[in-house]
Write a protein that binds this ligand. Sequence first.
Ligand code: MF3
Ligand code: CO
Length: 250
Amino acid sequence: MAVTIKSPREIELMRESCRLLAEVHEELSKIIEPGITTKEIDIMGDKLIRERDGIPNFLHYNGYPASICVSVNEEVVHGIPTKKKKLSEGDIVSLDCGLIYRGYHSDAARTYGVGKISPEAQKLIDVTKQSFFEGIKMAKAGNYLYDISNAIDDYVTPFGYGIVRDLVGHGIGTSLHEDPQIPNFRQKKKGIRLEPGMTLAVEPMINMGTAEVEWLDDDWTVISEDHSYSAHYENTILITEGEPEILTLR
Ligand code: MF3
Ligand code: CO
């Protein structure tokens, strides 16, 4: 599929979808505390999306059984919410969430500490978030797609962390996943040239240890192979002639 350029009308709809998703994330951040189950987070997220006339785009996506991906500690992404899993003080938890509003998809992820966490865990969260901002400094018309990938890699690699390679960011619009794919690690080629009106989900996933991941038997949950902590940070952005617009941040 070709990379889509959104019209002004579509950009307005993307902005609206993403604004609603930013609100959902803001509300979800308030309920993260020791004792809550990952299922309770999913139920709340689903409710927050539907209250805003959104449709949870993850629910039933390729059979995924929930509206929010909740990934704890060594879980990288796509953790399945369950009432059997309670968050504990010291955990880190990634919430990945998306919605459809009037036909347009939004997608964003955040990683939070639960109660007091170790300085090492906090650093992983902070570096992962900053790597997104380093990457999108390159996200403007005229630059190449992999300038984003290379900037993320250049920022993260000196910390000794493992940048996940098996999962990547993506274009987004009337589908959750559109072309292009956006790796978070150095590329040999340049990639496509960025143009105004592209909407992209940039989403570094960073492990404290090895970059290698494996899938649990549920065929969804991705974990770091060495069981080291993993963090995820994602926003949907709009390419312009200048600074990108970060659509899923308020
Ligand atoms: N944010 C993820 C992505 O960009 C989550 C989608 S997987 C799903 O691919 F199955 F949970 F929907
Ligand atoms: Co995504």
